[in-house]
Design a protein around this ligand. Structure first.
Ligand SMILES: Nc1ncnc2c1ncn2[C@@H]1O[C@H](COP(=O)(O)OP(=O)(O)O)[C@@H](O)[C@H]1O
Ligand SMILES: [Mg+2]
Length: 215
C-alpha cells in the first residue's frame, strides 16, 4: 500500500507554548488509524494543521508524496461538536457542501442512498433538535463522507455521547467502514475506542502506565 499521508517534523506552538514537537507519522492508503492522547495534548491542533486552518511553525505535510500548504481538497474534517445548523433540515445539513462539491441534485441523490445505513431514513425533513445525539453525529458524519475527500479526519466523533450510545456508534462505524473505502485518521482520548475501531492505533505520550497496561 502507498503512503497516503505523511507528517514530517511537524512543530506548532500557541504563542510561547509548544503543542507539537517534531511529530512524524505515516498513514497508508485505505488505513483506518486512531491517534490516542489525553485531553489538551494537541489532537485537534494536529487536525487543524492538516486542514490548513492553522500553519505549522516547522515541518511538512505530504499527501501522495507531495507537500501541501494551507487549505486543500484532500481532507474532510468532522469537528468535535456536530455543527449541524438548527434551522436547516437533516437533508440540507447533510448536503451542505453540495454547492462547492458536485451540485445539489447529485449530492441529494448520494445522500438518499446512504440515509438507511446511517439510520436517518424518515428523518430527512426533520430539524436537528428532533434527533438523538447519536443520530446527529451520524448526520454530521454523512456530511463529512459526502464531501468526497480522500482522507477523513474525525475529531473525537463520539466523545459527546453517553457510553451506551457511543458503543452502538462504534459498532455502526465498523459496519460502514468497509464500504467507505477512504483513508481515515481518528483522534480520541478513549483507549477502548482507539483499540476497538482502527486497523492501526498509535499512542500519544501521556497515557498513564496503569491504563497503558490494559493494551
Ligand atoms: N486558539 C488557541 N490559543 C491558545 N491555546 C490554545 C488554542 N487552542 C488550543 N489551545 C491549547 O492547546 C492545547 C492543545 O489543544 P487541543 O489541540 O484542542 O487539544 P486536544 O484536542 O488534544 O484536547 C490545549 O492546552 C489548549 O488549551
Ligand atoms: Mg480536541
Amino acid at each position: 500500500m502507498n503512503t497516503k499521508l505523511q507528517i514530517s517534523g511537524l512543530t506548532f506552538s500557541y504563542e510561547e507554548r509548544n503543542i507539537l514537537n517534531e511529530m512524524d507519522f505515516r498513514v497508508k492508503e485505505g488505513e483506518f488509524v486512531s491517534l490516542l492522547g489525553p485531553s489538551g495534548c494537541g489532537k485537534s491542533t494536529l487536525l487543524k494543521l492538516l486542514t490548513g486552518v492553522i500553519k505549522p511553525e516547522a515541518g511538512r505535510i505530504l499527501v501522495d508524496g507531495e507537500e501541501i500548504h494551507g487549505i486543500t481538497e484532500h481532507f474532510a474534517y468532522m469537528p468535535q461538536n456536530d455543527l449541524l445548523f438548527s434551522w436547516k433540515t437533516i437533508l440540507d445539513n447533510v448536503c451542505l457542501y453540495a454547492r462547492i462539491h458536485g451540485g445539489i441534485e447529485n449530492m441529494r441523490k448520494a445522500a438518499a442512498e446512504q440515509m438507511e445505513s446511517f439510520g436517518l431514513k424518515g428523518y430527512e425533513h426533520e430539524y436537528p433538535s428532533a434527533l438523538s445525539g447519536g443520530m446527529r453525529q451520524r448526520a454530521a458524519f454523512l456530511r463529512t463522507l459526502l464531501y468526497h475527500a480522500e482522507i477523513l479526519l474525525l475529531d473525537e466523533p463520539f466523545g459527546a455521547l453517553d457510553v451506551i450510545t457511543r458503543g452502538e456508534m462504534q459498532d455502526w462505524l465498523l459496519s460502514v467502514r468497509e464500504k467507505m473505502n477512504r483513508t481515515v485518521l481518528l483522534v480520541t482520548h478513549d483507549i477502548d475506542e482507539a483499540i476497538y475501531l482502527p486497523t492501526v492505533s498509535w499512542c500519544w505520550t501521556g497515557i498513564p502506565e496503569r491504563l497503558a497496561r490494559r493494551w
